[in-house]
Design a protein around this ligand. Structure first.
Ligand SMILES: [Zn+2]
Length: 142
C-alpha cells in the first residue's frame, strides 16, 4: 500500500483486492491539519491502516498514534492529548442513493483521500476541557 504521508492520499493502484495492511510514519508538522487551536506536539506519528478493497466500496480503518497540543482551558499554556478515536471511513466510486449514509467518493484518477477521516479522529480526540495538569490553578489576575 502506497500512502502520501503528508497529503494522506492512498494510491489505489498500489492496493490488492481484499484486505491491505500498512504502518506509516507521518511527519505530523508537514500535514496541514487545519484544526483551530490544535498543533502537533510530536514531530512524527504512527498511522496503522487496514484497507478492505471490495467491488462496491473501499473500507478504511485504523488508528493514529500521535500527540497533539491545544491551549489549557484554565491557563492557556499548551496541554497535550493523544489520539484516542479510531479512523473509520467508507469510500465508493458512485453515490449510493439507497443508503442515507454519506460515503466519500474515490477520485477518477484513482486516489483515495483519507485526510478527512484522519482529521476527524484528531477532532474527536480533543478533550472537552483540556488541562495542562490536573491541578492547574489558571491565570492569576491579582
Ligand atoms: Zn493550565
Amino acid at each position: 500500500m502506497k500512502l502520501d504521508t503528508v497529503k494522506l492520499i492512498i494510491d489505489l493502484k498500489s492496493l490488492s483486492r481484499g484486505v491491505n495492511r500498512g504502518v506509516f510514519i507521518i511527519p505530523l508538522e508537514k500535514v496541514e491539519w487545519n484544526i483551530e487551536g490544535v498543533e502537533p506536539f510530536d514531530r512524527q506519528g504512527t498511522l496503522e491502516l487496514m484497507v478492505d478493497y471490495g467491488d462496491e466500496a473501499v473500507l478504511c480503518s485504523g488508528s493514529l498514534d500521535a500527540h497533539f497540543r491545544t491551549p489549557c482551558a484554565r491557563c492557556l499554556e499548551p496541554s497535550h492529548f493523544s489520539i484516542s478515536e479510531e479512523i473509520y471511513r467508507e469510500y465508493a466510486w458512485s453515490p449510493d442513493p439507497a443508503s442515507g449514509e454519506q460515503r466519500e467518493l474515490i477520485s477518477q484518477s484513482g486516489e483515495l483521500n483519507i485526510f478527512n477521516a484522519v482529521q476527524e479522529a484528531v477532532l474527536l480526540s480533543i478533550p472537552g476541557k483540556p488541562l495542562c495538569s490536573p491541578d492547574c490553578t489558571g491565570i492569576c489576575y491579582n
